[in-house]
Design a protein around this ligand. Structure first.
Ligand SMILES: *Cc1c(COP(=O)(O)O)cnc(C)c1O
Length: 428
């Protein structure tokens, strides 16, 4: 029996996580399938930022660094994020952007390896890794006389030879949604003498992550995607405690100093992860990020990340089932893995016809109809992608039904072929 919209309504009525959606300010008649790129606005954020502005800054002025505990924000919000990624309190801080944090940890990992095994000069990564990760690695490889070696997903394990210093991967691929087995790859990298750097941009708040159980070495992650911290929210950085006595901070700013307020002319690194701070924390962005992280911690009494993961998989499975039922014959193909164990929290499709397949126009037509997903251009032979992120905190089963209904309408009515959705229209 094909599913109906009423079946989806019944699934929502039985969903213990459904009330979590009330934490968000979402516009009416919008199905938001882009929380993997920019999370939604929590209801609590506007009032909290307002309080930080009016009371803490306006009245408290500089006293608020202490009275309103601004100075503790990187650690306090870091400890909350730690709960989502299998890190212990005091192991993770919020600072800078994902790109900058990646620079800091990759530099540290390469320095550690230079002391231990100077012959290892290779950073190994995936060709389809997110560009900023590759650009940062290219820059560090140039400065440190190393080489960036890029291979495909299934060649990674085999490419871990005696030259590899660091295996640098994004846990969930931003285009395909493919999920690496962090524990297995980390174990394999360690057996082969390499350290691991994990980018959790599409994992933190989306899939369960257990950095300590996996024995990972370094990790970074993004604040504005599944953590709902708002546009340009600061990012986070984590280092395994075994490296804490040894790792270096290449951006040795005063906030990472052991005693920043002694204003000593000599840099002396703070103990632990605090040395990964560089400059003054962006307080307004940090308080907004804290509200975003709190929306995920609100799921803890309901089963936390494991329950959110189960719902995310149910939503991506439902999407697939409905697309296969209702959009058959329209030349769509799945890019995201069918196997639950290999899929993050997004579902991605291509359409026959390469760059003429209309992926861009289909996404534009869907956005006009209130279904916000996104489009990622294919490069070097890989196809254009229609990308839909499924955020279990604020999406329900009926949203999935309604999104597929619109996709069906856009394809079946050839609506996407209208000139206003063409890429040429967007350029002008
Ligand atoms: C989103 C994303 C980033 C973002 O980096 P910024 O410094 O915040 O621009 C980095 N890496 C990956 C894998 C991402 O998905």
């Amino acid at each position: 029996m094909p599913l109906t919209r009423d079946d989806c309504t019944a699934l929502d009525a039985a969903d213990a996580l459904a009330p979590l959606r009330e934490q968000f300010e979402l516009p009416d008649r919008v199905v938001y399938l882009d929380g993997n790129s920019l999370g939604a606005l929590p209801r609590a954020t506007a009032a909290r930022v307002q309080r930080a502005l009016r009371d803490e800054w306006g009245r408290g002025l500089i006293r608020s660094w202490n009275d309103a505990h601004w100075i503790d924000l990187p650690q306090r919000v870091g400890d909350k994020i730690a709960r989502l990624v299998g890190a212990a309190p005091g192991e993770l801080v919020v600072a800078d952007s994902t790109s900058v944090n990646l620079y800091k940890v990759l530099s540290a990992a390469l320095d550690l390896q230079r002391q231990r095994s100077p012959a290892r000069r290779v950073v190994l990564s995936e060709r389809s890794n997110f560009p900023t990760d590759l650009y940062i690695a290219q820059s560090l490889a140039r400065d440190k006389g190393c080489e960036l070696r890029l291979v495909e997903f299934d060649q990674l394990a085999g490419a871990l030879d005696e030259q590899v210093a660091v295996l640098m991967l994004t846990h969930v691929n931003y285009r395909t949604g493919q999920l690496h087995d962090m524990a297995a790859l980390t174990r394999h990298a360690h057996e082969r003498g390499a350290l691991t750097v994990w980018d959790l941009a599409h994992s933190a708040g989306a899939v369960p992550v257990d950095l300590n159980a996996a024995g990972a070495d370094f990790a970074v992650g993004c604040g504005y995607k599944y953590l709902n911290g708002g546009p340009g929210a600061p990012a986070f950085v984590w280092v395994h405690r075994q490296h804490v006595p040894h790792f270096q901070q290449p951006l040795s700013g005063w906030m990472g100093h052991a005693s920043p307020f002694q204003f000593s002319p000599e840099y002396r690194a703070a103990d632990g992860i605090a040395r990964y701070l560089c400059g003054t924390p962006p307080v307004l962005s940090m308080v907004a990020l804290e509200c975003g992280v709190d929306t995920l911690l609100a799921a803890e009494p309901l089963g936390g990340m494991a329950a959110l993961r189960a719902k995310s998989l149910a939503l991506t499975r439902l999407f697939r089932e409905l697309v296969d039922q209702r959009c058959a014959g329209h030349g769509l193909h799945w890019v995201s893995p069918h196997n639950d164990a290999l899929r993050g929290s997004q579902a991605c499709l291509t359409r026959d016809g390469g760059s003429d397949g209309g992926a861009y126009a289909i996404v534009q037509a869907l956005i006009e109809r209130g279904v916000i997903g996104d489009y990622r251009a294919g490069e070097s032979g890989s196809p254009d992608i229609l990308r839909f992120g499924f955020t279990p905190l604020y999406l329900c089963h009926v949203d999935v039904w309604d999104a597929v209904e619109q996709l069906h309408a856009v394809l079946d009515g050839d609506i996407w072929r209208d000139a206003r959705f063409s890429r040429r229209a967007a350029v002008t």
